[in-house]
Design a protein around this ligand. Structure first.
Ligand code: AN7
Length: 366
């Protein structure tokens, strides 16, 4: 399939063109495909920062990527390498966002996409994306961990590229979000709050921050603060979870592939990996939507729930630095529209009115 790198996305160069020189194995034979991923907004908190009491609080809006989640940054690299190696098909197991992203990039590049999704555990919007892009969707009668195990076995035995985050190119692409944060605020933040599912993204951000620190583009590295859902918190509990549960279906993962790497990111950064309850997740989800104008999916709200919880702790043990002096970034990983059921399930304020001006005035309290 022909394409011209310079016109793939004239307005947004994309991850490969912008950061290809910092990604190993991206060379002159790698097709610089793009859907305009990356270069996502970093926005200031307007209200929540007061509850937290920190110096600066930012949200990195990864939900603004082309398929509505951070997965596009890594998927573009994984699919480009699959094309370069002349694969005809890609395969992933997914709680939804990886499959949406794989389906979109595969469609754009003329590859077949196969996605293994855990039965009944994927939000409607994500399924709609995979359907729209023409992926072959296999509804596995098991959970995400079962689906990933099977996906790995299939790719060992067949000429199909595995595009889960066990594919090293995924994390290489995802680390570029850390570069962008440093490029935007001039240095690394003091703390990075991020949700954890399969534990790829926390690993990727840490790599990005370490690389910019070594290149002397950043003068410091953040403490990595990772958040799992209470019913799916294997890293916190130190053992895999057989039947992970959470309202945040994206992070309903009981045996994360990058478990050890996430622990290394935590330990090397003097960070923490903890859990938040579904109620805490939904409270943060509501606050983000109503006080910041940011409609994310529940998994993304987990890190904001974590920040609110962390800020409520009696002593501010921010590695010798108090919260009041800290610059904090929360990674908003996926869009709220992906999971309309959750949004509508929360005290939805829809009122029926007759089609008369008086009825509307009355309902508006005018
Ligand atoms: C919105 O799509 O695992 O810790 O299969 O969709 O890197 O797994 C999604 C994960 C956070 C967790 N936020 O990131 C999948 C999948 C959102 C997500 C995570 C996911 P990782």
């Amino acid at each position: 399939m022909s394409y011209r790198a310079e016109t793939e996305s004239p307005s947004h160069p994309g991850v490969l063109r912008r950061y290809g020189d910092r990604i190993p194995d991206v060379g002159s034979n790698t097709p610089l495909i793009s859907l305009g991923e990356g270069d996502t907004p970093l926005v200031h908190s307007r209200r929540l920062h007061e509850r937290v009491g920190c110096r600066e609080l930012y949200f990195k809006l990864e939900m603004c990527n082309p398929t509505g989640s951070f997965k596009d940054r890594g998927m573009v690299v994984a699919v480009a390498k699959a094309l370069e190696s002349e694969s005809k098909a890609v395969l992933c197991a997914s709680t939804g966002n990886t499959s949406a992203s794989a389906a979109a990039y595969a469609a754009r590049c003329g590859l077949d996409a196969y996605v293994l999704v855990p039965h009944g555990n994927i939000a409607q919007g994500k399924l709609a994306q995979a359907v729209a892009h023409g992926a072959r969707i296999l509804d596995v009668q098991g959970n995400f961990d079962d689906a990933l195990r099977l996906a790995r076995l299939i790719c060992e035995q067949h000429p199909v590229a595995l595009v889960n985050s066990v594919n090293p190119y995924r994390l290489e692409g995802q680390k570029t979000a850390a570069f962008e944060i440093v490029d935007s605020i001039g240095d690394a933040p003091d703390l990075l709050f991020i949700p954890i599912g399969n534990a790829g993204n926390i690993t990727a951000y840490w790599r990005g921050f370490v690389e910019y620190y070594r290149a002397e583009i950043a003068t410091k590295k953040p403490r990595m603060m990772g958040w799992q859902a209470e019913g799916a918190a294997p890293i916190v509990e130190g053992k895999s979870v057989a039947d992970p549960q959470s309202v945040a279906s994206a992070i309903r993962i009981g045996n994360p592939a990058s478990w050890r790497l996430a622990e290394a990111a935590r330990d090397e950064s003097s960070g923490e990996i903890k859990s938040v309850s579904d109620d805490e997740i939904l409270e943060a989800y509501r606050l983000l939507a109503r006080e910041e104008g940011i409609f994310c999916e529940p998994a993304s709200a987990a890190c904001v729930a974590g920040l609110l919880k962390y800020a409520r702790q009696p002593v501010g043990p921010s590695g010798g630095r108090s919260l009041a002096e800290s610059t904090i970034v929360c990674v908003i990983t996926g869009h709220g529209l992906k999971d309309p059921e959750t949004a509508l399930g929360i005290e939805s304020e829809i009122r029926e009115v007759e089609p008369r001006i008086e009825a509307i005035e009355q309902a508006m309290g005018l």
